[in-house]
Design a protein around this ligand. Structure first.
Ligand code: ASP
Length: 337
């Protein structure tokens, strides 16, 4: 039995206890979609991703089981990935063309339809925590740049240096992307290579029957200064509505904005009575494929059904369903089934 499988068995037996309130809970997380090939992954690297994904999903699930609200679980799960250099969020975020990190994040509550987001922030340690603060402590939905940073500081979030988010791996990716862009004689790449993936997200059903979704990212490598992707755009990268589902997306943001991907999945359920799986498949594998927009989504509905759908070769992901069963995946097939 592999280490991964052993870990899963231990985990499964420890989650058989009933939730404090009896209501079933579920969580799915992602760590980005893209051209992720087993052939170009070392076993050590793969194990690092699996461990980090398990830590993040278990963090969220543990909180949900103990009666925490969905938004707390979403933030905590995402923060595990924001602090891991493996993912394109917080530490490990990609660089823009100028060599800086501009971070985007959002969160939405499906019960109240309240939402919060920050975009293009450089000095906020945890963009997802700042997005939650915008939702809970401001009358606004989306704050950007300096205004968002000053808001975060005003509510006690200590600013950090932009270099906190630096990693050698992402810097090398920037150099590679810039070379490609300059060779193609274009300013700033709309076309992305393989240097982007790693955006993180979490969606949950909590014990109170609420669906919550959140997403956090550094965006796309070598993006133009000031570019904002889909992740902080409610309806594009993140959406939650108790009447349908909660969605967090990852992929080429411009397409996810134009096709309002997260909201479209929810609308198909709400107005056409599509199942979660049908709605997610139609948007990711039909609408987006026809548009040539690459990426994927995770989603959970009010019954605790969960999906992780992507039109790329891989998507880092993990889930714990209403029965307490955990699965982790990187490529098309789940690893720990
Ligand atoms: N959607 C993100 C963006 O466009 C990037 C990603 O998910 O890989 O900013």
């Amino acid at each position: 039995m592999s280490i991964i499988k052993k870990l899963s068995v231990v985990w499964l037996s420890s989650c058989m206890a009933l939730s404090a309130w009896g209501q079933e809970v579920a969580i799915v997380i992602h760590g980005g979609a893209g051209t992720i090939l087993q052939a170009s992954m070392t076993p050590e690297r793969e194990a690092e991703y699996v461990t980090a994904l398990q830590a993040a999903v278990q963090m969220g699930y543990g909180l949900l089981k103990s009666g925490a609200k969905g938004e707390e679980a979403v933030v905590a799960a995402i923060q595990v990935m924001e602090t891991s250099p493996l993912f394109n969020a917080g530490i490990g975020a990609v660089y823009n063309f100028e060599g800086q990190h501009e971070l985007d994040a959002s969160i939405m509550h499906g019960g109240t339809l309240n939402a919060g987001a920050v975009a293009g922030v450089k000095t906020i340690r945890s963009p997802i925590a700042a997005a939650l603060a915008v939702m809970e402590q401001s009358p606004h939905v989306l704050l950007s740049g300096k205004g968002a940073e000053e808001f975060a500081e005003s509510i006690g979030m200590e600013p950090v240096k932009n270099t906190l988010f630096n990693t050698e791996r992402r810097y090398k990716a920037l150099l590679k992307a810039k070379e490609r862009i300059l060779n193609a004689n274009i300013t700033y790449g709309g076309q992305q290579g393989n240097e982007r993936f790693g955006t993180v997200g979490a969606v949950v059903l909590d014990q109170y029957g609420n669906l919550v979704a959140g997403t956090s990212t550094g965006g796309m490598t070598a993006k133009r200064y000031g570019r904002i992707g889909d992740s902080p755009i409610i309806g594009a990268g993140t959406y939650a509505d108790n009447a349908s589902c909660a969605v967090s997306a990852t992929g080429h943001g411009e397409y996810f904005i134009r096709y309002h991907v997260a909201a479209d999945i929810c609308s198909r359920m709400k107005y056409r009575n599509d199942s979660l799986a049908d709605a997610a498949n139609a948007v990711v594998n039909d609408v987006l494929v026809k548009a040539e927009g690459d990426g994927g989504i995770i989603a959970v509905d009010a019954k605790g059904n969960i999906v992780a759908v992507f039109n790329t070769s891989g998507m880092y992901r993990a889930q714990i369903d209403t029965q307490g069963n955990m699965k982790v995946g990187i490529y098309e097939e789940w690893i720990t089934e």
